[in-house]
Ligand binder design. Sequence first.
Ligand SMILES: [Zn+2]
Length: 598
Amino acid sequence: MNHVLPERKDASPAYKWHIEDYYASDSNWEETFAALQKKLPEMTAFSGHLADSAGTLLDCLKKNSEFALTLDQLYTYASMRLHEDSANAFYQGMAARGEMLLIQYSATVSFLSPEIISIPEEKLASFRKELSKEFKIYDHYFHSLLRQKEHTLSPAEEQLLAKTSELGGAPQNIFTMLNDADIRFPMITDADGVETELTKGRYVTFLESPDRRVREEAFKALYSVYLDQKNTLAATYSASVKSDVFFAKARKYDSAMEMALSDDNIPLSVYDTLIETVHENLPLLHRYVDIRKKELGVEELHIYDLYVPLVSEADVKISYDEAKNTVTKALHVLGEDYIKALGTGLNSGWIDVYENKGKRGGAYSWGSYGVHPYVLLNHNDTINSMFTLAHEMGHALHSHFTWEKQPYLYSGHKIFVAEVASTCNEALLMEHLLNATEDKKMRKYLINYFLEQFRGTLFRQTMFAEFEKITHAMVEQGEPLTWECMNSIYLDLNKKYYGESIVLDEEIEIEWARIPHFYNAFYVYQYATGYSAAIALSRKILDEGKPAIDAYLDFLSKGDSEYSIDLLKGAGVDLSSAEPVQKALSLFRELLDEFEAL
Ligand SMILES: [Zn+2]
């Protein structure tokens, strides 16, 4: 960057989001905040009375939605204001107060779910019959809640479990402290010959360095630190798995995996089918490794050679306006309704485009029901930035279509489907760009971008998912998790996934010890299933046109008013079968073919 970043107040208004769409002024926020705080006792008053009458239960649910929505808007506005400039002391205070109210509110309504679950079945059924019209929209809400009935314990047991939950979170806490606060990495020599302290953030950049010596040095330095702590890290992770298993047993689930997946009612077969289908297709990943080896012209391909881009970013500048145009053109295949909504999103103050002093990094889509979606970007005229725009607009329009059709109750998206719309947009943009360019270097760059996404999202996350499955099963069978056995499991998985052509430097064995997501068990597989679903959907949209588009828009408008697996089935993607993952992987094969031909 050759220019100094502007202050927030000097940034061009044409490229700022219209955050005033929330509250015309900060004093409106203050008034709303004070009013909600005053009204909180109205919620407390329902506690212990939900079984009194159908009317009381309905009032409580309605009031909860109303208060939660107001809170959502207060919290989001304050946070987004802070994201505009993190150094702004006024908004630091406002965001902190928003968060405080959020915590206070969840404590206030914590009685709600357990109390509804404890209403005798016949009584609840008669309430729902009595006010059947009013309760209609709560059908899925009740179904989802009552599924947990058989896993809910007596009040005394629940109280005891609630008190142990802090202990259950301890392993993650300890890991975070060690990994984010206490661990220090050594100095390494960067590509310019300068001694630089290795950090987790810089590690990613070092591994992308064209200078192989830098990659190797960073890799060995990083893992030497984890290897030094291997006993502690194994004990910490083992405690985390034991805690998962303990809570699952206490709640009468057959396994920790069953408990984790039951949250969104995902059948266990989805998890196993993902792993099996990826296994069947591992020769494709081995082929990719071979291509990498050839392309980099190295005698031995090491683990630290996996992240360096095979093709440097094509030297093209894409202005924000051009990116908007191209993304719009690419998404034309989604039909008029989508394009109309996209146009509104791109031109009505949803987006905060450029970087300014103190602005939050990266990109996201957020906003509140009742206002409209917002998108934060840090656009810098690269191809990457254009993909980010397509991605975030995918999230934003998912919310837009959902908010148009659903009550606040179902306005969110579960993790299982959350990345589908964003990734589908990226895939459609990719297709458009590939169709539009004959330039060999550009095509190679684009295909490489795509191949890397497959490797990082579909293959790598499935390998992680498999590791978690093995470690939890071991603890469930009473076997100890030592660093020796975890290193050996991890090495075997790497061998299986990456194949014969790669040299597995021994340091890679300890990689499991640095993955924060492992402390949130059975979570990452959703990146792989979500990615597969998005790719499968993009293919359907391109191949089948109208019927596929209609089903897709219907999916976008449903929020979380149904279980994720059913939402995707409605859009034509059945993740209980191998088909979507298979379909995604056949695209990976086609891309490999073309990359080789180039
Ligand atoms: Zn995303």
